[in-house]
Design a protein. Structure first.
Length: 518
């Protein structure tokens, strides 16, 4: 067993201080975002994809359009958690409450893990306060997607692993944490695999096999559910992210090393790689003398390498934090419970300080601008299509325009349309988006021009432009183009855009494009 000589601090002061710190930072981020947007808004349009999915789930369907099955959300479980108050404005507060709950619970678990692992009171205080900042829990809560709940499952797993390493007990925490992790994000298989490897290497191979089998079974069951609806086994959103913005399959095995080099352009990916290299070196050092420590480090390396080769970094830093918290959590359980690794404790602290500075700097400089962009582009588009147009539409940024919209929404980027996805990725041709809108009988398309280039409809007429004024952060572009998909639809759209333009909210302006060759 890893040396368990420690004294458990009471925990209440550290928990209270950590919660106050992370909650205060979350409030600061929200106030800054509110000041920049002029209203409450989520920083990513993807939140509304989950909300639109949950609306259809509540109505007995599965997708974003009534009567049409599609897998627009990459999280198997999260849309189901948002079903309460579906169809009402109050549904957005379900999103907020789930994320705040996860932030609070993850913070408490992290502090508990630290206090049970670290004997020195000053070190324990510092790590208890620093961890939630280093893992950007406040920023992740602001994102308001499934990622904060995913990090919570990692904290449950770490607590279960700590108990196992200390007492030799395989508790329900390990099974529940890994199972729910996979149900929130498929990347949870990296954590399940790491935990299963640790259990197997410490002689509990049956428990490890059962744990990983449960995670794989749940992932397989969800894929079978999609197939039963006539869909592909992987969600469209997962396949779209695999393809990336250029449509090239960077998930293919032969491209992993290339992807790794691209990943390492990110400072946080470099930090992950450094931790993996250090852990691998430590593992070789104790290969014969400490089999349990060797197993923990092997699980760490497994999860870290999986994230580097198969996962993503960036994009509001929401994809990497489950892995970051897992590898740093496992490293904590080694370097602060073994005296022969005491020299690495300062390096561990430096790593947490680096993550804290990196994520906090990004949030203040960019993250708090995101809400202004979503309000300026997506909320305005949503208002226009629901209150003015009130007919089927085509878009390349699904979410706000689909939530609460009784009319059909064609997703040209493919998250909610497998045909659009495969056409864009595999067989794009000149004017392909126009063929899809013609087939669906849609007269209005709202898109970022640069995402399609020659894929725009040959007969489309640009009738309006909505331009955002500030930092674009993760927006697809500063300007959104409104197209009539046929010359016949252009006059009505120009009239409606002229009527709507004075009512645009947020830091944006909209205008009618001059008449072309209709």
């Amino acid at each position: 067993m890893i040396d368990a000589r420690h004294r458990t601090l009471s925990g209440a002061p550290q928990i209270a201080a950590s919660l106050l710190l992370v909650s205060g930072l979350y409030l600061i981020y929200q106030l800054m975002a509110y000041a920049r947007a002029g209203a409450f808004e989520f920083p990513l349009d993807d939140v509304y994809i989950h909300l639109a999915m949950s609306e259809q789930i509540a109505a007995g369907g599965y997708g974003v359009n009534a009567g049409e099955y599609t897998s627009a959300a990459s999280s198997p479980l999260y849309p189901f958690l948002l079903v309460p108050f579906a169809g009402t404005v109050g549904q957005i507060w379900v999103v907020v409450l789930w994320n705040i709950f996860a932030m609070v619970a993850a913070t408490i678990l992290w502090v508990r893990i630290v206090l049970d692992a670290v004997t020195d009171k000053k070190w324990a205080w510092g790590l208890a306060l620093l961890g939630p900042l280093a893992f950007n829990l406040a920023g992740l809560t602001m994102v308001a997607m499934e990622h904060m709940l995913h990090v919570l499952t990692v904290m449950v797993v770490l607590r279960g692993m700590q108990i196992y390493l200390r007492d030799g007990r395989v508790t329900w925490l390990l099974f529940v944490g890994t199972a729910l992790g996979v149900m929130f994000r498929f990347e949870g298989l990296a954590v399940s695999g790491g935990v299963a490897l640790i259990l197997a290497m410490t002689g509990r191979w049956k428990a490890g096999g059962a744990l990983f089998a449960l995670s794989a079974l749940l992932a397989g069951a969800y894929m079978a559910f999609l197939v039963s609806l006539g869909l592909e086994p992987l969600p469209n959103s997962v396949m779209a992210k695999i393809a990336g913005p250029t449509g090239s399959p960077d998930f293919a095995l032969e491209n992993m090393l290339i992807k790794l080099m691209v990943q390492l352009r990110s400072y946080t990916a470099i930090a992950m790689a450094v931790v993996v290299i250090i852990a691998a070196t430590m593992m070789l050092r104790v290969w014969r003398s400490a089999p349990q420590t060797r197993a923990v480090l092997a699980g760490l390396v497994f999860a870290g390498v999986a994230q580097l080769l198969l996962g993503q970094f960036g994009y509001f830093h929401r994809y990497e934090l489950y892995a970051m918290s897992f590898v740093f959590g496992l490293l904590l359980l080694v370097v602060f419970t073994r005296d022969d690794f005491a020299t690495l404790r300062t390096l561990f602290l430096v790593g947490l300080l680096f993550l804290t500075g990196n994520y906090s700097n990004w949030m203040f400089r960019y993250g708090t601008w995101c809400t202004a962009g979503i309000l300026a582009q997506h909320r305005n588009a949503s208002t226009f299509v629901k209150d003015y147009w009130n007919k089927p539409i085509a878009v390349n940024d699904l979410g706000f325009v689909a939530w609460g919209n009784p009319n059909y929404v064609l997703d040209l980027w493919g998250l909610a349309s497998y045909k659009a996805l495969t056409t864009r990725m595999d067989t794009p041709y000149e004017g392909w988006a126009g063929d899809l809108t013609d087939e669906a009988g849609i007269d209005l398309a709202i898109v970022y021009d640069r995402w399609f280039k020659d894929g725009l409809g040959k007969n489309w007429v640009k009738v309006g432009t909505l331009r955002y004024k500030y930092n674009i952060a993760f927006l697809g572009g500063r300007s959104v183009s409104y197209y009539a998909t046929s010359p016949e639809a252009a006059p009505e759209l120009r009239r409606l855009i002229a009527e709507f333009a004075p009512n645009v909210v947020g830091p944006a302006e909209m205008w009618v494009e001059p008449k072309g060759q209709e």
